[in-house]
Write a protein that binds this ligand. Structure first.
Ligand code: NAP
Length: 287
């Protein structure tokens, strides 16, 4: 099956590595060409100089783009291509995704919403969860690619559902990371040992959360997901609520926290490591 990878960032690269290993016929397109060239060279596939060139040889296009703006800009530069299916793995708002589906329908292009739970490592190993919604026929036609990417979790047969579920998941995850970071500040403020906290969490419902994120929050790691994109997801969760007239109490505060991190220069850092930036800020505030 011929697949165009649209966006060669962290997630697009991970998907490309996985699909290439499984024998899919790939072509890579990225807005910044050098990134596509270097990924294509690494995995031994072709890169395309233009989006249209990449799509015209493909049955499926797999988009792994930063945000709503990137998705809508890519979709609006597509031309009529009957039978092509765009699988969107990016985290976007339900509103932008529905707008993309309508535009693509007018071009004869099928559309599958497929936001991903799991980072680039999990995606490359085939261990990510792919949340899927859209028209049944398009989902069936993209089945081979979706199955190859990870565990397919069908959300429903209407546009907007999988993006909403993904934002619900990320809202919980990011609020938990923000809460963990501030809890670490409480330990600092009262001279409590972090090992004590880990021991306590290990005895509670937070055991696996602490196992996965506590050390990473304190040490800081090479980012697999940046604070900038985490802030985008929190803002999108708030927008998704506001769009349906619901209050956005937690998501908007989490978005503010990540915006603060970005304004302090930590936008490209690991989204779990915000404790260290908050710690520096609190030291500055306390003089
Ligand atoms: N990383 C994770 O752990 C993770 C997990 C689940 C979901 N996601 C979601 O997956 C998506 C990709 O994340 P990522 O971590 O791969 O991000 P990334 O490494 O920052 O890559 C972003 C990609 O989007 C492209 N892009 C940005 N603005 C664009 C525009 N206006 N037009 C065309 N292309 C544009 C970038 O192209 P350039 O190279 O030209 O900038 C790059 O290919 C995001 O929606 C993210 O929320 C990420």
């Amino acid at each position: 099956m011929r697949v165009a990878i649209v966006g060669a960032g962290r997630m697009g690269s991970a998907a490309a590595r996985r699909l290439a290993k499984l024998g899919f016929d790939l072509v890579i397109w990225n807005r910044t060409r050098e990134r596509a060239e270097s990924l294509a060279r690494e995995i031994g596939v072709r890169d395309a100089g233009s989006l249209i060139e990449a799509l015209s040889h493909s049955q499926i296009a797999l988009a792994m783009l930063a945000d709503d703006e990137a998705l809508l800009s890519v979709v609006s530069s597509m031309r009529r291509m009957d039978g092509l299916i765009l699988v969107n793995g990016s985290t976007v708002t339900p509103k932008a995704s529905i707008a993309a589906s309508k535009h693509l329908e007018g071009l004869g292009i099928g559309y599958v919403e497929a936001p991903i739970v799991g980072g680039p490592g999990a995606l490359e190993r085939g261990e990510a969860i792919i949340l899927v919604s859209g028209r049944r026929a398009d989902v069936a036609a993209a089945g081979e690619v979706l199955d190859a990417l990870g565990e397919v979790f069908v959300v429903g047969w209407k546009y907007g559902l999988a993006p909403a579920l993904k934002l619900a998941f990320n809202n919980l995850l990011l609020a938990s990371i923000a809460g963990l970071s501030e809890s670490l500040l409480i330990l600092d403020a009262y001279g409590l040992d972090k090992r004590l906290f880990r021991d306590l969490l290990g005895r509670t419902v937070f055991a696996s959360f602490s196992e996965k994120y506590l050390e990473r929050a304190v040490e800081g790691r090479k980012p697999t997901f940046t604070s900038r994109l985490a802030g985008k997801d929190a803002r999108y969760a708030a927008e998704a609520l506001a769009d349906r007239g619901y209050p956005r109490i937690v998501s908007s505060r989490v978005a503010d926290i990540y915006d603060l991190i970005s304004s302090l220069g930590g936008g490209e850092d690991d989204y779990v490591g915000i404790y260290n930036t908050l710690k520096r800020l609190s030291e500055r505030v306390r003089g």
